[in-house]
Design a protein around this ligand. Structure first.
Ligand SMILES: [Zn+2]
Ligand SMILES: [Zn+2]
Length: 181
């Protein structure tokens, strides 16, 4: 009987976790269910917000990747010379507020979904079918400037000539090659 109860509790935890991993499109009520779980990554928290403040991403721990992208789609999407991106495991991010979605095909053939605030239009986070466990968050939307420096720079073929990149150690003329191993 005790074993059955344990199994029930395990299954319910797994169910809660997949809800969060699926980056729920209508809201994030389920994440509160995780609040009671021990989370070693929770020590460091950063909050990214849209222009009006209604949509938020709360990220725990450290990002997997901090990078710059010079592709033309990112230039148009952000309205700036390049895109400053951070990537996080979905298990480390929590979303608050209403959003809308713009989905498009990527060069790789997979789909990317961009989540933006219906009120102010800021594009705050995104996900790709190519990396379903990862959530991208706009680096410039985080409060403060304590994010790690970007380590890589992609699609440099489209980089503006006047732009210098002091901190980057990894340069790619096109996209970043798929991670192996
Ligand atoms: Zn907004
Ligand atoms: Zn790009």
């Amino acid at each position: 009987m005790a074993l059955f109860t344990l199994l029930q509790s395990l299954c319910s935890r797994v169910a809660q976790r997949s809800t969060v991993l699926a980056l729920d499109r209508v809201g994030r009520e389920a994440e509160n269910a995780l609040a009671g779980e021990p989370n070693r990554e929770a020590d460091m928290q950063r909050t990214a917000t849209c222009h009006c403040g209604a949509l938020k991403v709360i990220a725990s721990g450290e990002p997997e990747r901090v990078y710059l992208c010079h592709c033309q789609a990112c230039q148009r999407r952000t309205g700036t010379a390049f895109h400053f991106g951070t990537s996080w495991p979905k298990s480390q991010v929590r979303i608050e507020g209403a959003h809308k979605i713009y989905e498009r095909g990527a060069d790789s053939g997979s789909k990317i979904r961009f989540y933006f605030c219906p009120n102010c239009g800021s594009n705050l986070y995104w996900e790709s079918d190519r990396s379903p466990a990862t959530c991208g968050v706009a680096g410039g939307a985080f409060t403060g400037s304590d994010l790690p420096s970007p380590e890589s720079s992609i699609f440099e073929d489209d980089m503006h000539d006047w732009l210098g990149l002091p901190s980057v150690t990894e340069h790619h003329r096109q996209g970043r090659p798929p991670v192996t191993g």
